[in-house]
Design a protein around this ligand. Structure first.
Ligand code: GLA
Length: 376
């Protein structure tokens, strides 16, 4: 990929660029908890967005996306927003750096990636983090600070892409470390790296290939439900909410909002239970919690879809240790904790059964926990 990007850069521009990359992410457990100030458990993966970037001495940004095969250019003022949705991520990152008093000058860039799009692996966070990290390195002598870089990506989603996301994806993409999952407290932003390399088990993603687009999905509606319930409870977020508190206001809120908040309250506890289980190397408990999360996401939070529920059923039938829908939902992947010696047979079974029902095979990605944003 590196050579391909450099070659394209040389074809288009006559400067010598620096190369940067940032990663997609998985999340072991803790879904839809980030914007409720709860805990999440992500890690960066070995699928990246990579960009060659060089200052161009003007106040224009000129970018070519190799995967989409499109060129965009824009100025750095608010009114210069580009039309192409992929370019708005880069424009947003520039604007958010400038808004915080950072420096961004004109630059030329070519980028490409291997994070599958719309699969719930946060290709957009990888793109934002790659450019945020690069522009900090290039124009700000790395003064911005990693947490702020993650916030810059998150604000880009909020202000330029229409997704009111939490901080998990950008945080994982920026902060990821090889072989380590990160348990992040989304209220205090305290985090801890957990080594994840069980001998007997591995993590496998199964991509339903049902595309999700969070901006058009009811993702923002889920967030509104949670905020309504927190409001009713007189709390800043659902972080402090308990099942008892929720039951006390049950008659004052809609059945739908009740279910959404119930899921979040239970999920918050599951992340903590999984942290303990991981430390005790009790992977059976980790797996059981993953199934519970799936049920909650499917029945209470209602962000699953038929194909993902089917994949989850197949995992159960084949005695996979843990399995659940991963990420925002409405399509994308399941994440599976599976005994290494079962993986091959499971993949064969899923291919057959899924194709029988939906006419196409899912894709399978073994998870390799890798480094986040970096200069290449
Ligand atoms: C998307 C968002 C994240 C998080 C997950 C659900 O990936 O970008 O902030 O809310 O959904 O856990």
């Amino acid at each position: 990929m590196k050579e391909k990007i450099l070659e394209e850069f040389r074809r288009r521009f006559d400067t010598s660029p620096e190369l940067y990359a940032s990663s997609g992410r998985i999340n072991l457990i803790g879904e839809h908890t980030d914007y409720n100030e709860g805990y999440v458990f992500p890690g960066a993966i070995d699928k990246v967005i990579m960009a060659a970037i060089a200052p161009n001495g003007s106040d224009m940004v000129r970018v070519y996306s190799m995967d989409i095969g499109e060129y965009a250019e824009f100025g750095l003022r608010e009114e210069d927003a580009p039309e192409q949705s992929w370019a708005r991520y880069i424009f947003g990152v520039c604007r958010e750096i400038l808004k915080r008093g950072g420096e961004v000058k004109g630059f030329d860039a070519v980028f490409a990636g291997n994070v599958p799009l719309g699969a719930g692996l946060s290709s957009s966070a990888a793109l934002e983090s790659c450019f945020a990290f690069a522009l900090d390195d290039m124009f700000n002598c790395n003064r911005i600070g990693k947490l702020t870089l993650a916030r810059i990506g998150q604000s880009t989603e909020h202000n330029y892409c229409g997704v009111k996301c939490g901080i998990m994806d950008q945080f994982a993409s920026i902060m990821g470390k090889k072989g380590k999952l990160i348990r992040l407290d989304c209220r205090s932003m305290d985090y801890e790296y957990f080594p994840f390399a069980p001998e007997e088990y591995e993590l496998l993603l199964v991509d339903s290939k049902v595309k999700h687009e969070l901006a058009d999905s009811p993702y923002n509606k889920r967030r509104e439900s949670c905020e309504r319930v927190a409001n009713k409870l007189g709390l800043p977020s659902l972080r402090e909410a308990t099942k008892e508190m929720l039951d006390r206001i049950r008659d004052d809120i809609s059945a739908e909002d009740y279910s959404r908040a119930k899921f979040v309250i239970e999920e918050k506890e599951r992340v903590l239970a999984v942290s303990d289980a991981l430390l005790a190397r009790d992977y059976e408990t980790v797996g059981r919690k993953m199934y519970e999360t799936h049920d909650g996401l499917s029945k209470d939070y209602e962000v699953s879809c038929e194909e993902l529920d089917f994949l989850n059923d197949l995992a159960r039938e084949n005695r996979v240790t843990g399995s659940r829908i991963m990420g925002g939902g409405f399509g994308g992947c399941t994440i599976n904790l599976i005994k290494k010696d079962q993986t091959e047979a499971f993949i064969a079974k899923v291919k057959e059964k899924f194709a029988e029902r939906y006419g196409h095979e899912p894709a399978f990605y073994p998870v390799v926990i890798s480094d986040g944003a970096r200069r290449v």
